[in-house]
Design a protein around this ligand. Structure first.
Ligand code: GAP
Length: 454
C-alpha cells in the first residue's frame, strides 16, 4: 500500500487532546460509550456506523498484509472461551497481575509500575502527596462460568490474550495445512482484562481486540526472524501515519518483561499521553508450546520433514491492538487548519484513503434541480457497488465538503451544470483541496486506484 505522505512535525506541533477525538467520535458516529443510557461502563465502548467501517478497513488491511501476502502464513479464528487449564499452562493464573496502591488521603488508585520512582521510594501519592497504603495484587483475568446447575458449573476465563488459541491449534494447523517451519499463524480477536486503571478512551479498555502473528521457527533461526519481524512491523505502522517522527522502538528492561518473554521491544507512538505501546514484539521462545505440552500431556513438538529432527519450535510474536490502532490513527490524522477566508477552522482527518470509512461523497451542486440530483444519485449507485459512497445534498457545497473532511473522506465528487453538458464531474481531494474534472465513465477507475491498497 502506498505510504501516507510524511507530515513533518516540529517540537511546536501540538498533540491532539484526547477529548477532541472523543467528541468527534461521538458526534460523527465512530465510537459511543457502552450502555450509555445506564450511565456507561468504564473501559468498554461500542463502535458506530463510521467506526465499524474504519475498524473493518484497519483489520482487513492487517489481514491482507500479514496473511494474504505471505505463502508461509495462515489464519485462524479461535473461541473467546477455552478450557481453564489453558490459563494455568500459559502462566496467566499465576503471573497476570497488577500491583496497586491507594492513597490514604485522596483515595486515588495507582498501578505501582506507572508511578514515578521517587513516589514509590517515598511511599507518596503523586497527586496530593498523601501517604500510600500497602500495595495489593489483582489478577487481570475475567472469570466466567460454563453450565447452568449450581455446583456443577465450570469456572473458566474470557481469554486474557487472544494468541493462546494459536498455540492450542498449532498441531491441528500443522497436520491440516501442509505448513512447514518457518511459518506463521495469525489471528484477530477480542481479549478481556479486568484492567484496574482503564482509561484514556480506547487506549486501555477491559474488552478490546488484538492482532497476533505467532511465527514458529527452528531455535537456531530465532534471532534472524525476531529481527525480521521487528523491522517489518515497524515499517507497517510507519506506512500508515503522517507524523513519521512519532514512532520508535523501546526495549523492555529485565524487570518489566512479561512472564513468557525472554526479550521484548515495543513499537511506541507519541501522543498527548507521551510515548505509549502500540505493538509488542516478543521473543516467546518455547514457553508456550512446552507449557501446553506439559499441562495437556499432548506432545506439541514438530518433526522436520527433511532432516527428521524433532523439536519444540520457538516463537516470535508480534501482538498489537486494533483499538489502539484506531485511536492512534485518529490522533495522528486529526488536524484543525486555519481557514484563509477567516471563517471557522477546517477540521480534517488525514487518514490513509484505503482506511478512510467513507471513500467518496457524491454531491449535486443544488438539490432543487432534478437533473443534477438524478445524475448524482445514479453516480452514487454505481460507485456504491465498488466502495463506501455517501450521497449528500443537504446544505451548501462548502458545508458539505467540511462534513466530509471531518470524517476523512478522501474524495468528493460534485455534479454541476457543466456535467449535464459534457458528462464531466469535479473531483475534490481532501488534503490539498485540489480539484480536477473527470469524465463520469473514468470515475470508478480513477477512484479505485486511489482508495484501495495494492
Ligand atoms: N500476546 C501478547 C500480549 O497480549 P500485550 O502487550 O499485553 O501482549 C498486545 O498486548 C497489544 O494489545 C498491546 O500492544 C496493545 O496494543 C493492546 N492492548 C493491551 N492491553 C490493552 C487494553 N487494555 N486496551 C486496549 N488495547 C490493549
Amino acid at each position: 500500500m502506498t505510504q501516507v505522505e510524511s507530515k513533518p512535525t516540529t517540537n511546536d506541533t501540538p498533540f491532539v487532546p484526547i477529548e477532541k477525538i472523543v467528541a468527534l467520535c461521538k458526534r460523527r458516529g465512530f465510537v459511543y460509550p457502552n450502555s450509555e443510557i445506564y450511565g456507561g461502563v468504564s473501559g468498554i465502548y461500542d463502535f458506530g456506523p463510521l467506526g465499524v467501517e474504519l475498524r473493518n478497513n484497519i483489520r482487513r488491511y492487517w489481514w491482507w498484509s500479514m496473511v494474504q501476502l505471505h505463502d508461509n502464513i495462515v489464519g485462524i479464528e479461535g473461541a473467546i472461551i477455552t478450557h481453564p487449564r489453558v490459563w494455568e499452562a500459559s502462566g496467566h493464573v499465576e503471573n497476570f497481575v497488577d500491583r496497586l496502591v491507594d492513597c490514604k488521603n485522596c483515595k486515588r488508585r495507582f498501578r505501582i509500575d506507572h508511578l514515578p520512582e521517587e513516589n514509590v521510594i517515598q511511599n507518596k501519592c503523586p497527586e496530593c502527596g498523601g501517604e500510600l497504603m500497602e500495595p495489593r495484587t489483582f489478577n487481570l483475568l475475567m472469570e466466567t462460568y460454563l453450565g447452568v446447575v449450581e455446583g456443577e458449573r465450570m469456572q473458566t476465563y474470557l481469554r486474557g490474550e487472544a494468541c493462546q488459541n494459536i498455540y492450542l491449534d498449532f498441531d491441528n494447523v500443522v497436520k491440516s495445512s501442509r505448513v512447514q517451519i518457518p511459518f506463521g499463524i495469525c489471528q484477530i480477536g477480542k481479549a478481556f482484562r479486568n484492567e484496574v486503571t482503564p482509561g484514556n478512551f480506547l487506549f486501555r479498555q477491559r474488552e478490546f481486540e488484538q492482532w497476533d502473528l505467532q511465527f514458529f521457527v527452528h531455535p537456531s533461526e530465532m534471532l534472524q526472524w525476531f529481527d525480521y519481524w521487528k523491522e517489518k512491523r515497524f515499517e507497517w505502522y510507519m506506512g500508515l501515519i503522517n507524523h513519521k517522527d512519532r514512532l520508535h522502538f523501546r526495549e523492555h528492561g529485565p524487570d518489566e518483561l512479561a512472564h513468557y518473554a525472554k526479550q521484548a521491544f515495543d513499537i511506541e507512538y507519541k501522543t498527548i499521553l507521551g510515548w505509549q505501546e502500540w505493538e509488542g514484539i516478543h521473543w516467546r521462545q518455547d514457553w508456550d508450546l512446552s507449557r501446553h505440552s506439559e499441562y495437556s500431556g499432548q506432545d506439541l513438538s514438530y518433526t522436520d520433514q527433511n532432516t527428521k529432527e524433532r523439536y519444540i519450535p520457538w516463537i516470535v510474536e508480534t501482538s498489537g491492538g486494533v483499538d489502539r490502532t484506531f485511536l492512534n490513527l485518529l490522533l495522528d490524522a486529526y488536524e484543525e487548519e486555519p481557514d484563509p477566508t477567516g471563517k471557522e477552522p477546517r477540521t480534517v482527518l488525514r487518514l490513509h484513503p484505503a482506511l478512510a470509512p467513507v471513500k467518496v461523497a457524491v454531491l449535486p451542486l443544488q438539490k432543487n434541480k432534478e437533473e443534477l440530483v438524478t445524475t448524482a444519485r445514479n453516480i452514487h449507485k454505481k460507485l456504491q457497488r465498488l466502495m463506501v459512497s455517501q450521497y449528500d445534498d443537504v446544505a451548501n457545497i462548502g458545508r458539505r465538503y467540511r462534513r466530509q473532511d471531518e470524517i476523512g473522506t478522501p474524495y468528493c465528487v460534485t455534479i454541476d451544470f457543466q456535467t449535464l453538458e459534457d458528462r464531466t464531474v469535479t473531483v475534490r481531494e481532501r488534503d490539498h483541496m485540489t480539484q480536477v474534472r473527470i469524465n463520469i465513465d473514468e470515475l470508478p477507475a480513477y477512484l479505485l486506484e486511489r482508495v484501495t491498497w495494492q
